[in-house]
Write a protein of this length. Structure first.
Length: 398
């Protein structure tokens, strides 16, 4: 997300009072003018380039009367010619210039009333229910296209996690599970594959979700990383025929709950000696040794380790170069924290469509950012996992 987008989001999250509206209007107008002037100059502020056609020459202030009060805007001046923003001219529609801002307000979880007040502050007549529907439809079209796009190639690693939001259903406020899937493709690029909303995390829910991904083209999954969801474990085996790996971070949280506060550092250090091993066999042997050492003082912890050994250490059979990324659901934990921050601002969603609209838009935005980053995993190690490795042909000498 750009700095200007971050600044706008910060303003949106403050509330919907008159001072906020004035700040929002000022921010938007000044950013639009900045972009206009950069295009006219063919160069950014302070940028040295032979393509530059003009340069700035300070500012002039003008008061703009809005329903939120008088706003002082700084209009950039040019050394050659003049500049005046067309959207400041009387009765010129601001809807076209700021439609994206209103849509962003929806995506960031601002209520319909808040958006209505924003529109009025911009000198418009107020937004109608039909206008709200059209704005939502535009966002829904893009989000749904993203969430239903075809998935091509192999996806060796799949991370799945769930978070909960509150929504209305049949006149009641209920908790709904929002599950999200992230995967790495054969090119080492991380992508958000999809999401689903349901009343619980039971096996049928997980099965339907995974089948929806396979219908879109998900294939070649070797390892599924998640929390200890028995329903997901069964669904992954049935639908994907893949190994399931219990998230290391989630396991350690559960394990440390069986130790007193003063002993948790010791227990954590002991368990981590198993994760420090080079191979699955040595890690398994160390795991059992630690479990036996802790059994006398922490019988429940040792029992937990006995039952979780295979699932927690499953990642040790995969390339060492990937183990840092596949040992936990951390790639999704950070995303879930951002989703919770946004959904908490909404509080209670009116329906499932509004959940998909907000969460789906955040996933789309995050996915776009990931596409601009470098590969998440090395290609060399990924090739050893592929089911479709190119055949090696011996050289032919004439």
């Amino acid at each position: 997300m750009t700095k200007s987008s971050i600044a706008l989001v910060d303003l949106l999250e403050k509330g919907a009072d008159t001072d906020l509206l004035r700040e929002m209007i000022t921010h938007v107008v000044e950013r639009v003018m900045q972009f206009d002037v950069e295009n006219l100059c063919a160069a950014g502020y302070g940028e040295r380039t032979p393509q530059r056609q003009n340069s700035r020459n300070g500012y002039r202030e003008r008061l703009w009367e809005t329903r939120a009060g008088s706003i002082a805007v700084k209009i950039p001046k040019l050394r050659s010619g003049s500049y005046f923003p067309p959207f400041l001219e009387p009765r010129r529609t601001a809807e076209k210039a700021l439609a994206a801002v209103i849509q962003e307000a929806y995506v960031q979880g601002v209520s319909t009333r808040s958006v209505d007040e924003l529109v009025k502050a911009m000198g418009m007549s107020g937004i109608s229910r039909s206008q709200v529907s059209r704005l939502c439809a535009e966002i829904d079209e893009r989000v749904n296209a993203f969430l239903s796009r075809p998935l091509e190639g192999d996806w060796p690693y799949l991370w799945i996690d769930a978070t909960y939001v509150k929504g209305r259903e049949a006149g009641r406020i209920v908790s709904k599970a929002v599950i999200i899937a992230v995967a790495v493709n054969a090119e080492g690029v991380r992508e958000l594959l999809g999401m689903a909303i349901g009343p619980s995390e039971a096996e049928p829910f997980w099965t339907d979700f995974l089948r929806s991904l396979t219908r879109r083209g998900l294939r070649g999954v070797k390892l599924v990383i998640s929390d200890a969801h028995e329903g997901l474990k069964a669904a992954a085996a049935k639908v994907l025929a893949a190994t399931w790996r219990r998230c290391k971070v989630h396991f350690l949280r559960n394990a440390l709950a069986h130790a007193g506060k003063g002993q948790r550092q010791m227990v954590l250090a002991a368990i981590n000696t198993a994760f420090a091993q080079e191979s699955f066999d040595t890690a398994s042997a160390q795991w059992r040794l630690v479990a036996d050492q802790l059994r006398g003082k922490f019988p429940k912890l040792a029992e937990l380790m006995d039952g979780a050994e295979t699932d927690v250490l499953a990642y040790m059979t995969f390339p060492k170069a990937h183990r840092t990324q596949i040992h936990s659901t951390n790639p999704l934990e950070r995303l879930n924290a951002e989703i919770k921050r946004r959904t908490d601002a909404v509080g209670i969603f009116p329906n499932e469509a509004s959940i998909t609209r907000l969460v789906g838009a955040l996933l789309l935005e995050q996915n776009d950012e990931w596409q601009l980053q470098r590969r998440y995993m090395s290609l060399e190690a990924l090739r050893t996992l592929s089911d479709n490795q190119p055949a090696r042909l011996s050289a032919v000498v004439n």
